[in-house]
Unconditional design. Structure first.
Length: 635
């Protein structure tokens, strides 16, 4: 797990940017605290920051060259099947100078070029420079676990693991207001777009080839999903459970390879508990970590985590936080976010990663299971829509009542009212509109009202329609659960969940591995009928049933919580002064992006008895304002 950056200059003007490679590499220091090195020749500059995980010796340092000094590689990530690949290559007479997975990937690429991507089991963003052919080859893993962003113009091609690195090359910062419009609805910006018009994200499952003044991007992987059911697996359910258990245990076992201390996140939910249980079978001294909220029992799940740890006999550590603890880290978190990203659970992931890093360099997590196997509350809501009866019709007809009652995420009753209101709203929408609404926190109209009137009529708004259409292309008029999951894997998983974990773990030099996103597990899951994933009110049916015998019974039949942060009370207390500062009338008028009367209406609602989801929207504004002040105004 590392940080990578580089430049390919097309001409003399582009070469002027070579001087920035060192600063761009230094900007990735937290991703790779163990080693830094830089290579440059007449037209190419490459920088690498290393977090040493496999073969921690100097032999594993990068940029790494082959023996002929023709090919050079930068790798961010891990190749978990590198030992098997190495044996194959050695059988063909290929020799190795290190025990690293990076050298295996380099030799495999030299032999098979882009076809090597189909052989890799891991997560990665990497670049190979062919000095003889004067080309760069860049690739990103199948599901977007590792990031890769780039800029191209007439003079140069730039790439990096993070925006803060790319900006060190001095490129123009032109805000993409269409991306901002989407961000204000979703609280993140979907790939391939970014907050800047001239910077893009390489999509998951894609690779790029760069030569002189030419960039070619191609897809090498797509989840094998056939919605008409023609290729669905016909295995009986009992056999499916056994096959799934085998695949997931093999995935976990692959991800235990490390030459540094390794532990596991343990939230108390089913997913992290399953991963921990499988890991503990092969690593008896497993150390587990969880986070709790001392002041907010409604959000605290450490009781369940302790039950699992006791059952599995792991060495368990609980980090119990107060609201003051959350506030103590908020400036560090906001400082590290170099593109607006406002999933508030990133705060908890940051603190969990920070504390875990004191004990381990690698941690396993249960991320990906919800998108893969229907674990979210929204999946249960979609299922109710598909089999709508009198109860669902009644909920929809009572929406005027729900809107009168207090709504918030801060207690069981008010959160239930909030959910009933959102369900009633979704019932009246088309399939694509329903998905988009339940994916976000604000309607298109509410978002427009937040923007300065001059921005509401600009032509960039017309670009929103094709972007949204592309994101929702796999949701037909009559959608099913697998359609929803397939879209979640393209939108929510890489752009929200995986971005959150990568950004916050890397801010603390911690590598997080996600066994549910082994491509063999994913491919198998998308060969299964929806009823194996969600059945009646039972979400993640396959996971729950397959591992019921190894987990405490108390984990079952309890409300889905998610990795939430108690924002409301925090915003009304410790965070109030920062919110007031960043959303002040003076700042907003000087900025010229937002419409202050609407922003004030939102902040007033935050302190009312009926806040609903407004705290999520306020956090989105706070993140953007902090980012704007640091990366647009000050830099």
């Amino acid at each position: 797990m590392c940080g990578i950056t580089g430049i390919f200059a097309f001409n003399v003007v582009g070469k002027l940017n070579m001087i920035n490679v060192t600063a761009a590499t230094m900007a990735l220091q937290k991703r790779g605290p163990d080693f830094q090195d830089i290579y440059h020749d007449q037209f190419v500059g490459l920088g690498h920051r290393r977090l040493s995980i496999i073969d921690t010796s100097a032999a594993g340092n990068q940029p790494m060259w082959d023996e002929q000094n023709r090919f050079c590689i930068l790798l961010n990530g891990e190749i978990f099947n590198y030992r098997e690949l190495k044996k194959e290559l050695e059988a063909k007479g290929i020799h190795f100078q290190s025990q690293s997975d990076t050298e295996v990937l380099l030799k495999l690429y030299i032999l098979e070029k882009e076809n090597c991507l189909h052989r890799l089991n891991g997560f990665f963003a990497f670049c190979v420079y062919d000095k003889q052919e004067q080309t760069l080859f860049l690739a990103r893993d199948r599901y977007g676990i590792k990031p890769l962003i780039y800029h191209v113009d007439d003079d140069k091609f730039l790439f990096a693991s993070e925006m803060k690195s790319l900006l060190k090359y001095g490129i123009e910062k032109s805000i993409d207001y269409n991306s901002l419009y989407i961000y204000l609805q979703l609280n993140y910006i979907p790939a391939p777009d970014t907050i800047f018009t001239n910077i893009k994200k390489l999509l998951p499952g894609h690779y790029a080839v760069v030569s002189r003044q030419k960039l070619e991007v191609k897809k090498y992987y797509e989840i094998p999903y056939n919605r008409d059911g023609a290729e669905l697996n016909s295995l009986p359910y009992e056999d499916t459970k056994e096959k799934f258990k085998q695949l997931l245990e093999a995935s976990v076992t692959r991800r235990l390879v490390a030459d540094v201390p390794l532990g596991s996140f343990l939230s108390g939910g089913i997913d992290s508990s399953v991963v921990t249980a499988l890991a503990s079978k092969h690593k008896p001294d497993l150390h587990t970590f969880s986070i709790g909220y001392r002041d907010e029992k409604f959000f605290d799940e450490t009781h369940y985590a302790r039950l699992v740890a006791k059952r599995l006999k792991t060495e368990h550590t609980v980090f119990s936080l107060t609201n003051n603890d959350l506030y103590a880290h908020v400036h560090s978190i906001l400082d590290y976010i170099d593109e607006p990203f406002a999933d508030s659970s990133a705060i908890a992931v940051y603190i969990l990663s920070r504390e875990t890093r004191k004990h381990a360099t690698v941690a396993l997590s249960g991320d990906g299971a919800d998108e893969l196997l229907a674990g979210y509350n929204k999946h249960a809501a979609f299922q109710k829509i598909f089999s709508k009866g009198w109860k669902e019709t009644l909920v929809g007809s009572l929406r005027p009542l729900w809107k009168m009652l207090p709504q918030s995420r801060n207690s069981s009753f008010s959160n239930k009212i909030r959910q009933l209101d959102r369900f009633g709203e979704g019932m009246k929408l088309s399939a694509q509109d329903r998905y988009w609404r339940w994916a976000g926190f604000a309607t298109k109209e509410e978002t427009l009202n937040m923007l300065h009137p001059d921005l509401r009529i600009n032509r960039w708004l017309n670009e929103f329609v094709p972007r949204r259409k592309n994101i929702l292309q796999h949701i037909p008029e009559k959608e099913n659960i697998n359609d929803i999951l397939f879209t979640d894997m393209q939108l929510v998983l890489p752009n929200d969940m995986l971005t959150k974990v990568d950004l916050m773990s890397m801010a603390n030099g911690l590598e997080v591995r996600v066994p549910f996103l082994d491509y063999e597990v994913v491919n198998f899951a998308f060969s299964l009928p929806a009823k194996y994933k969600i059945n009646g009110g039972m979400r993640k049916r396959l996971v729950q049933d397959a591992f019921r015998d190894i987990l405490p019974q108390q984990l079952y039949n309890r409300p889905k919580k998610g990795f939430e942060v108690p924002l409301l009370k925090w915003f009304r207390g410790e965070m109030k002064s920062l919110i007031t500062e960043l959303l002040s009338e003076k700042f907003i008028h000087e900025q010229g992006i937002f419409y202050y009367p609407e922003i004030k209406r939102l902040t007033d609602r935050l302190f009312s008895s009926n806040p609903g989801d407004v705290h999520a929207r306020i956090w989105g504004l706070v993140v953007f304002q902090w980012w704007y002040r640091k990366f647009v105004v000050s830099s």
